[in-house]
Design a binder for this molecule. Structure first.
Ligand code: KG4
Length: 345
């Protein structure tokens, strides 16, 4: 099986062709980061327009690199939720057009599911596993029993901002440009994580909920009091902030795995590229006898190979969508059993 995947949920226009076994035949990503950088974050209208400009060339390139034409495909998969609606619409309408023109099945993919689900790891994690999705738009824990939205249960999520959004806003506060995550990650490597006192958000051990807005406020207060740090002090501030975020994410991920009695964890999303988070998850999981699946770096940020692969998994189960497939920002899961919403702390 060969599936073309399209992704346009935020600020990457991406297309890829992947086989049913997960072999990536092509993987093309056009990033809009430079377009949004001067605004300090993603501007939805600019994102939609840029997707429109680039989706055609990106799809053509993905097919050309795979050495295939539309007629060689077995399905067209597309991210249809959640994300910026205008941005999603571009991918969904183009996917419908391609599926219609080629007579191939259309498969809608939930962007969050592939993050935990289609990690290109060798060997891939067996089901069930607990996934931490941590990006600029999402921070949530899922129990994944099968590669289908109705076999995925949300165990906990952020009550306000996503962790990536906190990285980006703190980066902006410290004058590091957009996106702040990768810069904080780099600076933190030479910083002292105990340099500034920060309290961990939602720290109660039994809570699987997250909150990052208070941490942003703590950082803003610190900068207001102490002034913008420079040199070694800047590295120390980055390391202190990053340490609180990554230890919170890791503890809750492993606690969720223990509560669920599932000895496998997966991380995905842009923040999964963070060095400290990757190391913490690997080390702490090993200590607890839990197997950690950490995706290769390029699979962490938005790409269409994961969408294509998730589409292939769904197609293998016989699933296809109709022309009424909608682009939506909705984050509700079919099985909205938000298990274990731990107490607020
Ligand atoms: O998944 P993604 O490409 O886009 C969505 O948010 O959908 O994730 C982007 C986010 C940004 O907030 C960015 O700052 C963060 O991932 N990020 C990182 C790192 N690389 C990207 N955060 C911390 N450390 C990194 N190395």
């Amino acid at each position: 099986m060969k599936v073309l995947g399209l992704e346009s949920s935020c600020d990457e226009t991406a297309a890829a062709v992947v086989t049913g076994e997960g072999r990536v035949l092509s993987d093309v990503v056009h990033s809009q980061v430079s377009l949004h950088a001067e605004h300090g974050g993603v501007v939805p209208e600019l994102a939609s327009r840029d997707h429109l400009r680039n989706v055609g060339p990106v799809v053509m390139e993905a097919l050309a690199r795979a050495g295939l034409t539309l007629g060689d495909l077995d399905a067209v998969a597309v991210t249809h939720r959640p994300g910026l609606v205008g941005a999603l619409l571009v991918g969904v309408q183009v996917a419908k057009g391609l599926a219609w023109a080629s007579g191939k099945p259309l498969v809608g993919v939930d962007h969050r599911m592939v993050r935990g689900d289609a990690v290109r790891e060798e060997p891939a994690p067996e089901y069930p596993f607990v996934a931490l999705l941590v990006s600029g738009g999402h921070t949530a824990l899922y129990r994944v029993d099968a590669p289908s939205p109705d076999r995925i249960t949300e165990l906990g999520a952020t009550r306000d901002d996503a962790a990536g959004e906190a990285f980006d806003k703190v980066g902006k506060l410290l004058g590091l440009g957009y996106p702040g995550g990768p810069v904080i990650d780099r600076l933190a490597t030479t910083g002292d994580p105990t340099a500034i006192p920060l309290s961990a958000p939602m720290a109660r051990k039994d809570s699987l909920e997250f909150s990052f807005s208070g941490l942003k406020t703590q950082m803003a207060e610190w900068v207001r009091r102490e002034g913008k740090p420079e040199g070694q002090r800047l590295a120390d501030v980055c390391a202190s902030f990053q340490s609180v975020v990554t230890s919170t994410l890791t503890k809750k991920l492993l606690h969720a795995a223990e509560v669920e009695g599932v000895p496998r964890v997966v991380i995905g999303g842009g923040v999964a590229a963070n060095r400290e988070l990757r190391e913490r998850v690997k080390t702490m999981a090993k200590e607890r006898g839990i197997r950690a699946f950490v995706p290769e770096l390029r699979s962490c940020t938005d790409n269409a190979a994961m969408i294509a692969y998730a589409g292939a998994l769904r197609r293998a189960e016989g699933h296809s969508d109709g022309w009424d497939l909608v682009a939506t920002s909705s984050t509700a899961l079919p099985r909205s059993t938000r298990k274990g919403r731990g107490p607020r702390s």
